[in-house]
Design a protein around this ligand. Structure first.
Ligand code: HEM
Length: 475
């Protein structure tokens, strides 16, 4: 569906939604207090505050960004809304409007209010300063140089049957996938194209075809992670938790998570040894992600045709390009199979498969882990404001161009989290501004080398184990 068609579909869906709600007492019309807003915090009963206006989005499953909208139910979405949407998206909000917030009912300290204003001013300055504009040359170079890695890996396999050369090829292929991960990430955050449909198509090419991940599966998870990083959900039906730290019963990042180990027969074993098991777990992470992607795209949903998800009853209804997604994943397994079988015996194919997948899992997860693991973890009920949440749950990685290349720009994780639509090649410049802004306002800003960061992650896992086992020695 073209871009214009998509807009019309969104408008129609909002109109249908509004009509279905017209029987409710939606037009509150008057003043609403913060205490009242906070009562409406589940997907079925969701109120949002945007610039002191209150919106009722209860049960709006057709939101083009998916269920992430409900992460902020009962709260202020002003800054996270700005982080994700194109400028015109506010024009879709009117049908959801139900009233004005009573001034001062949030009891926000003046320093906090000033700080928020300053952050929003900073965003305005960045827009005016051209920070959100991508360089086409940079991204053409990134795509070409990344694809060259896959070509190199293929040539090595075709050239030699020596195990050492095949393993070198597996490593280069793993690097290719890792770099594709960062590149798809940029396109899907709409850092590159203003026209979002192009970003989605590039994402399917790099994500599904090159890397074997479903774009819709990844986007749902990743946007939710951005909205609520390191937040442990308040209840299973609230949808206010970060899926990236939902790693139980394998890894526990907080005492609250550790408590759930008791629900699984092998949970206590993992909890006791989680710092030692962290790296072995990273090795198999990619195989699990491939499987989740495949099931997400191909799982049969009753009522949905093969190439569409209209009428679907799960979060898969958010898949916009389901036909392309399916074709993309099939193409991935086709080219990957052709590469492996072009000059290798079956036993070598199996070794190559396991080696390439595990190496990539390690390369990807090492960077993911550095971004947030071992940083502050909050309960969703006690979520801090946007800026504090994004900064205190996130770690930057220092280092020269090689480290930044390896991390795909995510060495500037804090800066990226505050402004996810700013293209990767501008993050270095942005970093200076954000760092001094944090200092000026006394907000904690954390950065380490790759090595120190990894040690911090392991130390954090060990400390959760120690604290929990001290409280519950029977574990
Ligand atoms: C009344 C409130 C909201 C309205 C009317 C709304 C509307 C929209 C619209 C029209 C789009 C499509 C934009 C485009 O592609 O041009 C969109 C995308 C999106 N929205 Fe919202 N939104 C609301 C609240 C939220 C909130 C609170 C969040 C996050 C917590 C959110 C997260 C997203 C995301 C991540 C996307 C992008 C999805 C993608 O890249 O494909 N939205 N929203």
């Amino acid at each position: 569906m073209g871009r214009g068609g998509e807009r019309v579909e969104t408008q129609k869906s909002i109109a249908t939604y509004s009509a279905s709600k017209s029987g409710d007492i939606r037009q509150h019309g008057g003043k609403i207090t913060w205490d009242e807003v906070r009562q409406h915090k589940t997907p079925q009963d969701a109120w949002l505050v945007y610039r002191n206006k209150v919106y009722d989005v209860s049960g709006w499953q057709d939101h083009p960004g998916g269920n992430v909208i409900f992460t902020h139910a009962g709260g202020d979405c002003t800054d996270i809304f700005a982080a994700f949407h194109p400028l015109g998206a506010t024009s879709y909000m009117d049908p959801f409007y139900i009233g004005e917030l009573v001034p001062g009912s949030d009891k926000k300290p003046e320093a906090q209010a000033n700080f928020e204003r300053a952050y929003r001013d900073l965003r305005g300055k960045l827009i005016m300063g051209g920070f959100f504009k991508a360089s086409p040359f940079y991204y053409v170079w990134k795509v070409v140089s990344t694809v060259a890695l896959a070509v190199g890996a293929w040539m090595l396999v075709a050239w030699s049957q020596a195990l050492a050369i095949q393993m070198l090829s597996a490593f280069i292929l793993a690097l290719f996938w890792q770099q594709c991960g960062w590149l798809a990430h940029d396109f899907l955050h709409h850092q590159v194209f203003k026209e979002r449909a192009y970003g989605d198509l590039a994402g399917i090419m790099i994500g599904n075809v090159f890397q074997g991940f479903s774009v819709a599966w990844w986007k749902n998870k990743h946007n939710t992670h951005h909205a609520v990083p390191n937040l442990v959900e308040s209840s299973p039906d609230a949808q206010d938790g970060d899926p990236d730290i939902d790693t139980m019963p394998i890894l526990a990042w907080s005492l609250k998570m550790a408590d759930r180990a008791k629900e699984y027969s092998w949970g206590p074993f993992f909890l006791r040894h989680q710092a030692f098991l962290y790296f072995p777990i990273l090795l198999v992470a990619r195989i699990s992600w491939l499987l989740q992607s495949f099931l997400f795209v191909f799982e049969h949903v009753p009522g949905a045709s093969l190439w569409a998800t209209k009428g679907a009853t799960t979060e898969r209804q958010a898949i916009k390009n389901v036909g392309l997604e399916k074709a993309g994943l099939l193409l991935y397994y086709l080219w990957y199979g052709a590469l492996m079988f072009c000059n290798m015996s079956l036993p070598r194919v199996l070794i190559y498969f396991v080696a390439s997948q595990m190496m990539c899992g390690f390369l990807l997860a090492l960077v993911f882990g550095l971004g947030h693991n071992g940083m502050a973890v909050y309960d969703a009920d006690a979520r801090p404001d946007f800026w504090k949440l994004q900064v205190t749950t996130t770690r930057n990685v220092t280092g020269g161009w090689l480290i930044q290349w390896f991390c795909g720009g995510l060495g500037y994780q804090v800066d990226h989290h505050l402004f996810p639509m700013i293209p990767r090649h501008r993050l270095g410049q942005l970093h200076g501004l954000v760092e001094s802004f944090c200092k000026e306002h006394g907000v904690k800003y954390h950065e380490t080398s790759m090595w120190e960061g990894t040690l911090e992650v392991l130390a954090h896992l060990a400390s959760v184990t120690k604290e929990f086992v001290t409280d519950f020695p029977a574990m």
